[in-house]
Write a protein that binds this ligand. Structure first.
Ligand SMILES: [Zn+2]
Length: 103
């Protein structure tokens, strides 16, 4: 019996060690700021219910609004070194002085 009717790839890898998802990597940019290079990623609103402290204005950044996440490019991204900024505050970062533990 010829195998002419093989099932198509369903996208679910059947074995371990598949290709890295490099084609699905989220768009990030790298920006030099405050003496180091930061990886910058725009975050879509989500409903995790979390909130963060914006380093720019020290205000609250709710997860339910689009905002900007940055972390030092030379480090692994961890919960500790990620910073959640209001997108407008990140855009205006050159007019702000990084303070506290940020720099
Ligand atoms: Zn802010």
């Amino acid at each position: 019996m010829p195998r002419s009717n093989r099932p198509r790839r369903s996208g679910r890898p059947s074995g371990a060690g598949g290709l890295p998802p490099s084609l699905r990597r989220p768009a990030v940019t790298e920006v030099r700021y405050a003496g180091q290079v930061w990886v910058v990623r725009e975050v879509r609103p989500n409903d995790t219910g979390r909130s963060y402290r914006c380093p720019g204005c020290q205000g609250e950044v709710g997860a339910d609004v689009a905002h900007t996440v940055v972390w030092p490019a030379e480090t692994m991204q961890t919960v500790e070194n990620r910073r959640h900024w209001h997108s407008v505050c990140w855009a205006a970062r050159e007019r702000r002085r990084p303070g506290g533990s940020f720099a």
